[in-house]
Design a protein around this ligand. Structure first.
Ligand code: AMP
Length: 406
């Protein structure tokens, strides 16, 4: 089954055409700067990668152009749209409606639209992508895979905020989590690498990139996570503050004369590693500066590692133990120095990093010492694979059910 995976960001649209049975990626690409006059599409595999400058006023136009590129040119990727058997969409917010991936129908679209209040740019873009696919491929089944669904298993003690209950109810204020597809993927891969069933493991999964989140997964079930009502909560990130004393917000608004948009911008775009270092949100640049003796860069690095370390401790107590800690995304996969700092001093807790293995680069790898009670694993995330897989399973089961009824 060929599944077209569509990941609509606020101003981008990533796509991947996957042959699910073999796991092979047929092609992939990104529509960048959608909605601006500098939009372009980068697509193709390896040496065949191409960049085309195209006008993409919105996500409908982006889908239309992607479908055109797949089926046209000197070397079309597919001979016709008939070779796309299903479409899987990444949806950022599924609210309390969705605890798993679903086949898209009008009711699902209406709920995604309704939830746009919680993720305005992303959910609206996703609906545009769905509508465009419906109009160009009306008979092709589409599936919605939600970033939040994985966290719907959390108990109220983990997802509620201690605010007036009525207000939480009225506005749906609770922890929804984010990066769910990534956490779910690396949890499955970690269980596979450890050769243990996922439902017999206690895992802490760490998605450490520009956005950062951690999840406690107890016997296959998410029991706590760091991102909250929005993806601003939790760990310190590239440009986001993560959790801070909430009283700082009205204090800054009053003393700096900031309105809500300005304070949102400050917390989401001017804080985190960028805010502290004053140099960059990119940890590579900040690491270099810290190595050269820049004190604020060093502080940003230490604060980042401290916020991960502290959360490991709190999730171990939440689950009364941990079998493996799994790291992914830009920082988790690539920063040897950050991993060293996160796991430094945890030997007494049975968590021992092997510095020799920590230097290894490449694909999935276990980097804990042989005598570590807790495995430390690095796994490159693959959200697109997970979306393709969910889409495949749902569409296959739907077709089987239809056949059985005939
Ligand atoms: P992501 O959001 O997963 O794409 O991660 C992006 C972030 O990963 C970048 O902003 C960098 O801070 C970080 N990153 C990528 N490669 C490295 C590296 N070799 N060392 C340190 N940080 C890295």
């Amino acid at each position: 089954m060929n599944v077209l995976v569509i990941n609509s960001g606020s101003s981008s649209l990533k796509f991947q055409l996957v042959h699910v049975e073999t796991g092979g990626i047929i092609t992939k690409g990104i529509c960048d700067s959608v909605g601006s006059d500098t939009s372009f599409i980068k697509y193709g595999m390896y040496e065949d990668e191409q960049v085309v400058k195209v006008d993409l006023p919105d996500h409908v136009a982006a889908v239309q152009k992607v479908l055109e590129l797949l089926t046209s040119g000197d070397k079309p990727v597919i001979s016709s749209l008939g070779e796309i058997n299903a479409v899987g969409h990444r949806i950022v917010h599924g609210g309390n409606y969705f605890d798993k991936s679903v086949i898209i129908d009008e009711d699902v679209v209406a709920k995604i639209e309704e939830l746009a209040e919680l993720a305005p740019l992303h959910n609206r873009a996703a609906v545009q992508g769905i509508r465009a696919c419906q109009s160009y491929m009306p008979d092709v089944p589409q599936v919605a895979v939600f970033d939040t669904a994985f966290f719907q298993t959390m108990p109220p003690k983990a997802y509620m905020y201690p605010l007036p209950y009525e207000l939480c109810e009225k506005y749906g204020i609770r922890k929804y989590g984010a990066h769910g597809t990534s956490h779910r993927y690396i949890a499955h891969r970690a269980a596979n690498m450890l050769d243990e069933p996922l439902d017999e493991l206690k895992l802490i999964t760490c998605h450490l990139g520009n956005g950062c989140s951690m999840t406690a997964i107890d016997h296959g079930i998410a029991v706590d996570t760091t991102m909250g009502f929005t993806p601003l909560d939790g760990l310190m990130m590239g440009t986001r503050s993560g959790s801070i004393d909430p009283a700082i917000v009205p204090f800054l608004m009053e003393h700096e004369g900031l309105n809500t948009d300005e304070v949102n911008d400050l917390l989401n775009k001017q804080s985190g590693i960028l805010g502290i270092s004053g140099i960059s949100n990119d940890l590579r640049t900040v690491t270099e500066a810290a190595d050269k003796g820049d004190p604020r860069a060093a502080m940003a690095f230490e604060m980042y590692s401290h916020s991960v370390k502290k959360t490991i401790g709190s999730f171990i107590t939440v689950m009364a133990g941990v079998d493996a800690i799994v790291l992914t995304a830009g920082v988790g996969e690539n920063s040897r120095k950050m991993r060293s700092m996160i796991f430094a001093g945890l030997q007494q807790m049975g968590i021992r990093l092997d510095e020799r293995k920590n230097k290894l680069r490449g694909f999935e790898r276990i980097i804990s010492a042989d005598n570590s009670d807790v495995a430390i694993i690095v796994i490159p995330t693959d959200e697109e694979f997970m979306i393709a897989r969910d889409t495949f399973v749902l569409v296959r089961d739907m077709k089987r059910a239809a056949e059985n009824q005939e």
